[in-house]
Write a protein that binds this ligand. Structure first.
Ligand code: GUN
Length: 289
């Protein structure tokens, strides 16, 4: 018998995303056939960060494909906080807008925390308002952050057992690390939250059934950190020598793990899909439909 290295299943985030998006499109068709307007997402962009421009193009395209309407509020780089808050206020008041997303990062001098607080929680499709973050923490229904919701879709589609599992989350951001830790804990995993000051992350990962890496440090998670057969979810996106690279050393980790997500076509398509799902949820909740 040859001693061939084990090879992880590589999750196909795009296929899962396509499946969910077609369900969303069917729901929109039914709503429109019943005489309702389609859900509407407004994306606010301050400045012209090239990565942000590309992300929001993807979000608008995704809206169109499922039958949502969408719009963009483009503000100059030198926009001040009171102008940005006035734009958000106008969108909060506009009954034709169901979801508001202010693209991050914001130019320096503008406060992402103040923006999160200004968005009507009922339209907060990023799940960043403290009311929604608090609902997640309390286990109450609300709008939750999109990337963590997308990660749960990957885990569920691949039937990853979470009850009693050891999960290690690397990164403690409001948009990924904290909310994914809460969602995993709700599903009865024992969650260890690691960050830049954690001692010996490698040793903690070696005990884990599920590792979620969300740091933005390229290829940080090595093969010898991973328990054979573990699930490794890669949220990070870095560009190294023109190539998209995640937070895990994919080549090495794939030889040890049972399931991995790739930097392209992994968690990314699901983040946008969960944005669509949140927008539909916000629309239904606001309209009582
Ligand atoms: N920038 C990168 N990802 C995201 C996201 O999910 N939401 C927002 N608002 N900005 C981002």
């Amino acid at each position: 018998m040859t001693d061939s290295p084990s090879t992880a299943v590589v999750a196909d985030g795009k296929a899962i995303a396509d499946d969910i998006r077609s369900q969303i499109a069917d729901e929109v068709t039914s709503l429109v056939e019943a005489g309702h307007r389609p859900p509407h997402l407004t994306v606010v962009l301050v400045g012209d960060n090239p990565a942000s421009l590309s992300y929001i193009k993807g979000k608008q395209r995704a809206c169109t494909r499922v039958g949502f309407s969408s719009s963009e509020a483009d503000l100059p780089e030198d926009t001040d906080m009171s102008t940005l808050l006035a734009v958000i206020d106008r969108l909060n008041e506009d009954d034709g807008v169901d979801g508001i997303l202010v693209q991050l990062p914001l130019p320096s001098g503008l406060s992402a925390d103040a923006v999160a607080l200004a968005i009507d929680p009922a339209k907060d499709v990023d799940g960043l308002h403290p009311v929604n973050a608090g609902k997640l923490m309390a286990g109450q229904p609300g709008l939750y952050a999109c990337t963590p919701l997308g990660i749960m879709e990957v885990l569920d589609r691949h039937k990853v057992a979470l009850k009693g599992a050891q999960a290690v989350v690397i990164g403690r951001s409001n948009i990924v690390g904290k909310p994914i830790s809460m969602l995993l804990q709700q599903r009865h995993a024992t969650v260890t939250m690691c960050h830049s000051r954690t001692r010996d992350i490698a040793a903690l990962c070696r005990e884990a059934d599920v590792v979620v890496a969300a740091t933005g440090v390229a290829r940080m998670v090595k093969a010898d950190w991973i328990r054979p057969g573990a699930t490794v979810i890669d949220v990070g996106v870095s560009v190294i020598d023109g190539k998209l690279v995640g937070d895990i050393d994919l080549e090495g980790v794939s030889k040890v793990a049972g399931l991995v997500t790739p930097p392209r076509g992994g968690v990314g398509p699901l983040t946008i899909t969960m944005l669509l799902k949140n927008t539909l949820q916000a629309y239904r909740d606001r309209k009582g439909l």
